[in-house]
Design a protein around this ligand. Structure first.
Ligand SMILES: Cc1cc2nc3c(=O)[nH]c(=O)nc-3n(C[C@H](O)[C@H](O)[C@H](O)COP(=O)(O)OP(=O)(O)OC[C@H]3O[C@@H](n4cnc5c(N)ncnc54)[C@H](O)[C@@H]3O)c2cc1C
Ligand SMILES: *[C@@H]1O[C@H](CO)[C@@H](O)[C@H](O)[C@H]1NC(C)=O
Ligand SMILES: *[C@@H]1O[C@H](CO)[C@@H](O)[C@H](O)[C@H]1NC(C)=O
Ligand SMILES: *[C@@H]1O[C@H](CO)[C@@H](O)[C@H](O)[C@H]1NC(C)=O
Length: 438
């Protein structure tokens, strides 16, 4: 199908995370678009965006066939020799853990058996009665108490340095001719309309930038800019914590795998190679905020102005959950004080599928968001697939998966992020006092 977008028309991409930069790079470097501008609140890696931080899990275990295939495609790039991404990737292995009643681990295992994913498999399955002892044989320094958990181990998987990978992607986009505008001039406060057409963006500096198409790759901030997406998108905070190890302590854990317990949502990584910190986080249903956006609408979102990563505040129950998780994974360091805590933001969709589609009613507006807490690992292949949706030649399967849903198809009482991968307590709305400390 021919693209309906002239390659010399100005395109504005709002958001310099994995979606925005991946698309910008693909359009400018591969598909011949000559007028692509990325706007963001900060220069990438954006300190309070999602596509940042010392580590992101890279796994090819998925219960869904589309993501199973896409993540296998991405994994080939992360681990491929001489790719731009391999230097940001560390193949420590990935271990999925869950009780027998956790269906997600079993589904992922079935999916790997069902699909020919084109990657060599380095996987093993341990039943609950053998998980703890088998894993301790394989990883003698492992301290975790993993009794009673089913496990799926894959030696092909690990973690990527998110900040450095995004930095690399931004550099490549810049070298391909993409322009960047950051700071107040890059902070979009509203869209500019002409009837039912979006014609540009207005920014906090008072500038208006005109575009043929505006692409919102705005992650957790998206609902601030568009009024009618609440049934498709909701931002939720997820807690992360770090403890400091000495170089000697870190050395012992250097060869541990990335691990995630799907019942509680807790996941952890080997210590950071340079700073010797242990990171623990939760892939859960998260915490919602309530801010007033344009037109008096209440939306859950991080702040637009200012850096959300600075205060380091976490609600008491979130901190306690991280503490409990730390004690399970690292009993020896279970009581060590936190050296850093923060809330990190997911942009959730009802089913955990990304939202990559043209607005159903407004011309000139395209979305590339809805990462639902699992988009980073697709970095090497995300731009290509998003660009196919933008140009209209993506497979029917992918278009269907990433489409915008009509409000009538969504039950507002059902929580977001229902792909089966989340663990821990249900979504909780923060109190006014808690929110004021974020
Ligand atoms: C704690 C945590 C752990 C995660 N772990 C994993 C993992 O292990 N593996 C994995 O694959 N994925 C993981 N994810 C998910 C993954 O990181 C995200 O899905 C992905 O980074 C989303 O990218 P994005 O481009 O949509 O959003 P972002 O990276 O947040 O980018 C959106 C950008 O838009 C900008 N923006 C928004 N509104 C405006 C505006 N009005 N004006 C200007 N700029 C604006 C923001 O500043 C931001 O930089 C995790 C996410 C979190 C939060
Ligand atoms: C890009 O678009 C802007 C806005 O329409 C225009 O001013 C500029 O000349 C264009 N640049 C190129 C290289 O075509
Ligand atoms: C991978 O981890 C090992 C062990 O901590 C470290 O020596 C190496 O530098 C890491 N590689 C990257 C790319 O971070
Ligand atoms: C869509 O078209 C582009 C060329 O514009 C091409 O690079 C890409 O591979 C096509 N995608 C699919 C799924 O056919």
């Amino acid at each position: 199908m021919a693209s309906r977008h002239p390659k010399d028309a100005p395109l504005i991409i709002v958001g310099a995370g994995v979606f925005g930069l991946g698309l910008a790079y693909e359009l400018a470097a591969v598909r011949g678009y000559i007028n692509v501008t990325v706007l963001d609140r900060f220069a990438p890696p954006v300190p309070d965006g999602s596509s940042v931080d010392v580590s992101r899990v890279i796994r090819a275990e998925y219960a869904d066939p589309v993501y199973a295939q896409l993540s296998a495609d991405a994994l080939k790039e992360w681990r491929g020799e001489g790719t731009p991404w391999s230097k940001h990737y560390n193949e420590t292995g990935f271990i999925m853990l869950g009780t027998e009643s956790n269906g997600y681990v079993r589904k992922c295992r079935a999916m790997r058996e069902q699909l020919e994913l084109g990657i060599q498999e380095g996987k093993e399955i341990f039943e609950p009665h053998e998980t703890d002892s088998k894993l301790k044989e394989l990883y003698p320094d492992l301290q975790a108490d993993l009794r009673g958990l089913l496990s799926l181990r894959n030696t092909m998987g690990g973690w990527a340095d998110a900040a450095s990978a995004i930095q690399g992607l931004a550099e490549r986009a810049s070298q391909a001719g993409v322009s960047f505008i950051t700071g107040r001039r890059g902070t979009v406060t509203s869209l500019e309309y002409s009837g039912k057409r979006v014609t540009g963006v207005n920014t906090a500096s008072g500038n208006t930038f005109k575009a043929d198409t505006v692409i919102l790759a705005t992650g957790s901030w998206t609902n601030r800019l568009v009024p009618d997406m609440g049934h498709n998108l909701a931002a939720v905070g997820q807690p992360i914590g770090f403890v400091q190890l000495t170089p000697e302590e870190a050395k012992h854990l250097e060869r541990m795998p990335v691990m995630q317990i799907f019942d509680t949502g807790m996941f952890t990584f080997p210590p950071t190679p340079d700073t010797h910190r242990l990171k623990i986080a939760r892939h859960g249903y998260g915490y919602a905020t309530e801010f007033e956006a344009a037109g008096g609408r209440a939306v859950s979102s991080p702040k637009l102005i200012g850096n959300n990563a600075i205060t380091g505040f976490l609600p008491g129950d979130a901190e306690q959950a991280l503490r409990d998780g730390l004690r399970v994974f690292f009993p020896e360091f279970g009581d060590r004080p936190w050296c850093s805590l923060r809330m990190c933001w997911y942009q959730d969709t009802p089913d955990g599928d990304f939202m990559v589609d043209h607005h159903p009613e407004l011309d000139g507006l395209f979305f590339a968001t809805g990462g639902s807490g699992h988009a980073f690992k697709f970095l090497p292949v995300l731009g290509r697939n998003v660009a196919d949706c933008f140009e209209g030649n993506a497979s029917k399967e992918l278009r269907e998966k990433w489409k915008i849903h009509h409000p009538s198809t969504r039950n507002p009482d059902v929580a977001m992020g229902q792909d089966g991968s989340r663990g821990g307590p249900p979504l909780r709305r923060l109190s006014v006092q808690e929110q004021s400390k974020l």
